[in-house]
Write a protein of this length. Structure first.
Length: 122
């Protein structure tokens, strides 16, 4: 039986021993959809690789404690992806409740579901 990845799981798609940014994602799909063959995710990118304003409401900082990666990362909620669960190798971390709240706000803004939130994510 395959592993169930819940909302807030930080996962990698590479079977390599040491995951790298570009292969890491945070699951944003609701837990009621865990039976779906697809998973909705937001990619994690290195903080230094993006040229964004610190108040960009689509960007959420993911701590090293949460991601277990060796670099500072952010989730850019302007890029939502859907992958087959078969492409996810394993879970490497879990987003904290405050990070999930920040992701909710960033997704609402990115999808046009509410007004611009206050910049408190970085």
């Amino acid at each position: 039986m395959s592993e169930i990845f819940r909302r807030g799981s930080i996962v990698v798609t590479s079977p390599e021993t040491k995951p790298v940014v570009g292969q890491a994602y945070v699951v944003i799909q609701g837990d009621d959809a865990v039976e779906s063959p697809m998973t909705i995710l937001v990619p994690l990118i290195r903080k230094v690789d993006i040229a964004v304003e610190s108040d960009d409401p689509r960007i959420v900082k993911i701590s090293r404690t949460e991601s277990r990666l060796d670099v500072e990362t952010v989730a850019d909620c302007g890029f939502i992806e859907t992958l087959p669960k078969t492409e996810i190798d394993r879970q490497i971390g879990t987003a904290e409740p405050a990070t999930l709240e920040a992701l909710d706000e960033a997704l609402r803004f990115s999808l046009g579901l509410r007004e611009r939130p206050q910049a408190r994510f970085l």
